[in-house]
Design a protein around this ligand. Structure first.
Ligand code: WT7
Length: 655
């Protein structure tokens, strides 16, 4: 969603209650931030010392953005699973609840796993994977619903040094196959089915369809709903059978800090999804530290992040961040509006959730249903709210704070990306006044910089001042992605070549005179649909795969609930007549190719796409028309056929 709020913005002061016992006051933030940029090695050596290391690192930050070579804690050795589980059990906290599972069906059974139980389950899964032949460095594809075994699968991989590649359960068989192929993964962990909003997600059947296209050595299937599924002899194994008689011990693999931990595919502006690669040591420290300071977690509290483990938010703030902090994290399989629009608040009340972290799209959808669903439940346990995934419009921010946060608790609006590993820009709850719509201030060591189209510096933490431009980060931080799996050139090209020597985020941003950052949205061909990142090129590729489609151009447009919707301009093959039926068929086609999250919102048929004389599609014009902004189409004289524009506008007005 475009963030159009102008200054002066409303300032919401730090609530008094948030100041008490906080892990970080404003004075501490300022001292720590300045130390973190003036002495990053000293700062990150200290933060990292909270973790257990088999070999303590003596080398801390060693990085260059030109050429791109990023290392943190290079001579350190550790295991993130040990830090998430064994360490707490060894410290006598084995009886603390690690995960609370809340099922899709409110009548279903809640499960609680203590740290000791989660460790035992993880060891069982780890030994089962070993029995299947999985070894250190192997890539394991995880396609799971939001059940504890999803987290267990990730932790088990980490324990034995295998690299997990989690694929969101909403992706199609084709998308799974592409991801398996890209990282040459020989192993899959999935469940029979998932449940979301009362609907069954055929996870194993989707894996079967994917494996018609690409082969793997073995599939481990977790029984969840108990639905009948097809098991392929010799390839597919039930977890409850294969894991029944494995040993109860499994030592953690000693990992070098720069050994890969996981690959997570995300959309870019061009081509197929990119396998973002994170390594062990820096990611462990970054997620431990950001969780600790941003959520200001206190022992005994219940923390709930509503994301899915298929996205980076789930990796960092359901699994690795909370568990490394010994927190109690809730995992929810369902959706906000099933069986009714009060499901989130009912769960908060039921489990007495203290910290709640969700996405603006969910807030907007629930806001639309009115406050009656909220007031039905006792939300007094809540102490801190969080937002992530896209800019939150000030109206939704206020609704969230007033109705869910009973008007007196902090809201942290956390800006970050799959590539950043964890939170980068946010207010800290006890330190910073809040400005609805602004993500806030940089986290420790983060050096944001706004540049113009030519790379000229407009503002950063050193220059101060207000400006608007493209958001870069000028120095490395421990949680930064190290590469794209198998394609370091593409990594360099995508993130470090637009502005040489700087990491370019792809986001537009404004910095105000108080040093608060306001993300204005993507400036590339990436759109953000309900907090899910989608490459317009991916949707275009899916559309043109259809037999009747000649050409397609896809852009984002403002959508009240989703933030951005998917707008498709489609040119059909000669002689094919446009129709509502065909539009419906194309929507279905894209769902099948990519998954439900990529379903087009609007399809507009057009006899041709607006192109320059050299044949380049003029997306700027298509974006403006999709936004209903016909007054500022800019220069259309360079179009090969300027008369097309009137027809496109007319087509838009007919929606
Ligand atoms: C893109 C990254 C961060 C995990 C979930 C998404 C947008 C994310 C915010 C925020 C404004 C935000 C950016 C970013 N974004 N959080 N608090 N305010 N925009 O991760 O799928 O890698 O997407 O999401 O545009 O570049 P992702």
């Amino acid at each position: 969603m475009q963030n159009t709020i102008e200054h002066p913005a409303e300032i919401v002061p730090v609530p008094a209650a948030a100041r008490e016992g906080t892990s970080c006051t404003l004075e501490q933030y300022e001292a720590m931030y300045s130390r973190s940029v003036n002495d990053p090695d000293g700062f990150w050596a200290e933060q990292g010392a909270r973790l257990d290391w088999y070999r303590a690192p003596t080398r801390i930050g060693e990085w260059s953005f030109d050429p791109v070579d990023i290392k943190w804690y290079a001579d350190g050795q550790l295991n993130i699973c040990h830090n998430a589980l064994d360490r707490h059990v060894a410290a006598g906290k084995g009886d603390v609840t690690a995960l609370i599972f809340e099922p899709d069906d409110p009548q279903g059974e809640t499960r609680k796993l203590t740290y000791a139980q989660l460790l035992a389950e993880t060891i069982r899964m780890a030994n089962t994977l070993k029995k299947m032949g999985v070894q250190k460095g192997d890539r394991v594809t995880v396609y799971m619903p939001m059940i504890p075994e999803g987290a267990v699968a990730m932790l088990a991989c980490a324990r034995i040094g295998a690299i997990h590649s989690v694929v969101f359960g909403g992706f199609s068989p084709d998308a799974i196959a592409g991801r398996i192929e890209d990282c040459t993964s020989d192993w899959v962990i999935c469940a029979d089915e998932g449940l979301r909003g009362g609907k069954k997600i055929p996870l194993k059947a989707n894996v079967d369809a994917a494996l018609d296209k690409v082969a793997v050595k073995a599939v481990l299937v977790v029984r969840h709903t108990g639905a009948p599924i097809t098991m392929t002899e010799g390839r597919d194994h039930w977890y409850h059978e294969l894991g029944a008689d494995v040993a109860a011990e499994c030592p953690c693999e000693v990992m070098d800090a720069e050994d890969p931990l996981f690959i997570l595919y995300t959309s870019g502006s061009t081509g197929k999804p990119k396998g973002v690669l994170h390594t062990t040591g820096g990611y462990a420290v970054w997620t431990e530290t950001t969780f600790r300071y941003v959520f200001d977690y206190r022992p005994g509290e219940i923390y709930w992040c509503t994301a899915d483990i298929g996205w980076v938010t789930g990796h960092s703030y359901i699994v690795y961040g909370p568990l490394q902090n010994g927190a109690t994290a809730l995992m929810f399989e369902g959706v906000p509006n099933h069986p009714d629009h009060d499901r989130f608040w009912q769960v908060v009340d039921k489990h007495k959730v203290n910290i709640f972290y969700t996405a603006p799209t969910a807030i907007r959808a629930l806001m639309r249903e009115g406050t009656s669903h909220v007031v039905k439940h006792d939300l007094s346990s809540l102490r801190l709210l969080g937002s992530v995934g896209e800019p939150i419009n000030p109206e939704a921010w206020r609704w969230y704070q007033e109705n869910v946060g009973h008007g007196k608790i902090p809201v942290v609006d956390t800006w970050w990306q799959t590539e950043t590993g964890g939170i980068m820009i946010t207010t800290l709850p006890g330190a910073h006044d809040m400005k609805p719509g602004s993500a806030g201030r940089p986290f420790f060591s983060v050096c944001p910089q706004l540049v113009d189209g030519d790379g000229g510096v407009l503002a950063d933490e050193t220059t101060g001042g207000a400006a608007e431009g493209n958001l870069c980060i000028t120095r490395s931080w421990p949680g930064q992605a190290r590469s794209l799996y198998g394609d370091h050139d593409r990594f360099t090209q995508t993130y470090f070549s637009t502005y040489k020597g700087k990491y370019f985020t792809g986001d537009g941003c404004r910095r105000d005179a108080d040093g608060y950052y306001w993300i204005t949205g993507r400036v590339d061909d990436v759109i953000n649909v309900s907090g899910h990142r989608m490459g317009t090129a991916e949707v275009e590729s899916a559309l043109v795969l259809h037999d009747l489609v000649a050409e397609a151009a896809v852009v984002g447009y403002p959508h009240d609930i989703k933030g951005q919707g998917i707008y498709c301009y489609v040119t059909l093959n000669a002689g094919v007549e446009p129709s509502d039926e065909l539009a419906a068929e194309l929507r279905k086609h894209v769902r099948t190719e990519i998954g439900p999250i990529a379903t087009p919102d609007i399809i507009q048929f057009t006899p041709a796409l607006p192109k320059t004389r050299s044949g380049k599609i003029m997306r700027r014009i298509l974006r403006k028309i999709a936004e209903n902004d016909f007054g500022s189409l800019g220069d259309t004289s360079t179009l090969a056929d300027p008369s097309l524009v009137d027809g496109l506008i007319e087509g838009r007005l007919n929606r």
